[in-house]
Design a protein around this ligand. Structure first.
Ligand code: GDP
Length: 350
């Protein structure tokens, strides 16, 4: 598209176009749609959540408030693993299993790199074809964003909307690299790590912290003829998991295997998710975990807003560079500089 401005024949025309623009859908229209499970209106509502525009943010705040009140019971399952391990094939197989029982599901994704890689996760329409074509499934690719914190916040709010819309099963997919697992772990009830058979107990370069977070470890690609290899891997992963301290919820992480391609072992994985739900609901840790997560996001959000308002403040913008030089030159202590800068502003809630 050319950057050149088109000649304006009638200077009032653009004004009229602006005035004729469709009015924003009312919050109650959106809410009514969400509560009915209308996927078009749900998508529209999520667009407001994802927007940075102040008017849209105001709408999204109202929507979230209403949706929080309309919460329905749900299970949020995080799914991670290295690229190529079979996450989308696995989600498709698990999703089909749920649909056989007529259980609606939503599939969301967190991929902070999606802006650079132009939406690798779920952006590609060829993935999860069966689920994408089913009316009982809602699929939303990762929101774009500059920071993981921002992307995570939008996904978390999207979960709330999906739950109000009656999607009882929520899958959140993330790529098994970087920090995004921690963000996903802090918004799901059950965290599933997919691994490949035959890679021994070195856990395939997956960071220790991620393995420690897993509630279920699933060895995928345990196809016909490879079961022996998969069984050996299961054993190795089981031994490796024993080395971690017990979880606060007293759940012992399960190690399973499946072939997402051949559709074997999928029902067992879902049964393990249900066992996890039963176990944690019975000892009260299911709800406790959600409360801890809500607290985490409260503080996370405060930190983010404070940081943003600090660095965007005009007084800081003018003073920071100069103080930085003084600190570098050893003329000013970094701590003194920090408190002087903080004294320059009064951070107010927006
Ligand atoms: P993702 O990057 O983790 O989402 O992985 P994909 O689901 O895109 O799968 C990567 C490749 O592995 C694709 O070619 C899949 O067909 C293949 N794949 C996925 N699951 C299995 C499986 O259980 N067995 C075999 N043999 N291949 C699989």
């Amino acid at each position: 598209m050319s950057n050149k401005k088109r000649p304006t024949i009638n200077p009032k025309a653009s004004e009229r176009v602006h005035k004729r623009r469709k009015p924003l859908p009312e919050v109650d229209v959106l809410m009514e749609g969400i509560l009915k499970g209308d996927r078009v209106l749900l998508s529209k509502a999520i667009t407001f959540i994802e927007s940075e525009h102040p008017t849209h943010q105001d709408i999204s705040r109202q929507l979230i408030e209403h949706c929080l009140k309309a919460r329905k019971p749900s299970i949020r399952v995080g799914i991670t693993g290295s690229p190529g391990v079979g996450k989308s094939t696995f989600i498709e197989a698990l999703g089909k299993h749920l649909l056989e029982k007529d259980n609606p599901l939503a599939v969301l994704a967190i991929d902070p790199s999606s802006q650079i890689s132009h939406g690798s996760i779920l952006g590609d329409k060829t993935r999860m074809q069966v689920l994408a074509a089913d009316q009982r499934v809602y699929i939303r690719p990762s929101p774009a964003g500059n920071s993981l914190g921002g992307v995570a916040q939008k996904t978390r709010e999207t979960i709330i909307l999906c739950e109000a819309a009656g999607f009882e099963n929520i899958f959140v997919e993330t790529v098994g690299v970087g920090q995004s697992e921690i963000a996903v772990h802090s918004m799901v009830d059950c965290f599933v790590l997919l691994l490949l058979p035959g890679a021994g107990d070195d856990l395939q370069g997956i960071k220790r912290g991620i393995v420690e977070m897993a509630d279920l470890v699933v060895v995928n690609k345990a196809d016909t003829g490879r079961q022996q290899l998969a069984a050996e891997s299961r054993k190795a992963y089981k031994n490796a998991l024993h080395l971690f301290p017990p979880k606060e919820n007293n759940w012992i992480p399960q190690v399973l295997s499946c072939s997402a391609l051949e559709n074997t072992g999928i029902a067992e994985v879902w049964a393990a998710v249900n066992d996890f739900r039963k176990h944690t609901s019975a000892n009260g840790t299911f709800e406790e975990h959600r409360q801890t997560q809500a607290r985490f996001w409260l503080y996370e959000s405060i930190h983010q807003q404070l940081k943003r308002q600090f660095f965007e403040h005009p007084n800081i913008k003018t003073q920071l560079a100069q103080m930085e030089k003084q600190v570098e030159a050893g003329e000013l202590s970094p701590f003194r500089a920090a408190s002087d800068l903080l004294a320059l502003i009064k951070i107010s809630a927006k």
